[in-house]
Design a protein around this ligand. Structure first.
Ligand code: NAI
Length: 262
């Protein structure tokens, strides 16, 4: 059987109702996977089974996790809120809810399972935010989030970047957490992608985003990102662990070479 064949696999996809999540569900099904779609909105297509979830609400996450059967082979954490949603919703959905769902599903994962987190080019500054990230990791819960965000200076403007920085760091920290079971975690970092939330990003990021868009030949499409998520769920990517894979038309390389004077 091909390493790219997913016909024996069941993959949970969050955010399956729109954008990158919907396209990932579609492409997973195209290579034979069974897809369990989780979203606050019901996906119109491409899922075998839909479970409603509100990733900002621990009780809803617990209910959804309880409904998922044992024996899942992958988890694509794709649901996310854009920067304009505000610090608390962004940190809940893009980080705390994602982490709670993931940890709740580890025991239901088959050995060799894959976890794929959709981070962002917006998280590339994580090495400069290590103290803030550690502060968040040691303190933040759903209950004390407002207080911790205030303490750490995570306001509405900073929250989306910070959420993605935390996610990339957490992915790398978990490179070997479930190694004995062959379960691995990676993330994919898209640049700007044409989905319903792109307009929101461009508005929030203002001039910086306009500059970025000028050097890019085009924005990404969900069809550019989904195949990478599918590959990261397949056995073909078995030795990729704790990685952050840019999928951004070259923007990560552009920013890094610029920053380092190359
Ligand atoms: P989208 O808005 O098309 O899809 C997001 C999905 O997440 C929606 O189906 C929405 O219902 C779901 N969602 C939002 N809040 C939820 C909650 N509380 N509970 C359950 N589901 C919830 O957006 P898109 O662009 O497909 O975003 C997917 C991921 O890609 C996000 O994590 C985003 O941060 C990331 N990303 C997007 C980029 C872009 O330019 N579109 C660039 C880089 C990363």
């Amino acid at each position: 059987m091909s390493l790219f064949d997913l016909s024996e696999k069941t993959i949970v996809v969050t955010g399956a109702a729109s954008g990158i999540g919907a396209e990932t569900a579609k492409q997973l099904k195209a290579v034979g996977a069974k897809v369990i779609g989780l979203d606050r909105n019901k996906p119109e297509q491409h899922v075998d089974h839909y479970i409603e979830i509100d990733l900002s609400n621990p009780a809803s996450i617990a209910n959804a996790a309880a409904e998922i059967p044992s024996g899942i082979d992958g988890l694509c954490n794709i649901a996310g809120l854009p920067p304009t949603a505000g610090a608390l919703p962004v940190m809940k959905v893009n980080v705390l809810g994602l982490q709670m769902l993931t940890m709740s599903l580890i025991e239901k994962m088959s050995d060799g399972g894959a976890i794929v987190n959709i981070a962002s080019l917006a998280g590339l500054g994580w090495p400069d935010a290590v103290d803030q990230i550690k502060g968040f990791q040691t303190k933040a819960t759903f209950e004390n989030l407002a207080q911790v965000c205030e303490e750490l200076g995570v306001d509405d403007e900073r929250s989306y970047f910070f959420a993605k920085e935390v996610l990339i760091a957490w992915t790398m920290q978990n490179r070997w957490t479930w190694r004995e079971r062959g379960i691995r975690m990676n993330c994919v970092s898209p640049g700007p992608v044409e989905t319903p939330i792109l307009k929101d990003f461009l508005e929030t990021l203002g001039e910086r985003a306009e500059e970025d868009m000028k050097v890019m030949d085009r924005a990404g499409l969900p069809t550019d990102i989904a195949p990478v998520a599918v590959f990261m769920c397949s056995d073909a990517s078995a030795w990729i662990r704790g990685a952050n894979i840019p999928c951004d038309g070259g923007m990560f390389a552009h920013v890094m070479t610029g920053m380092n004077g190359l």
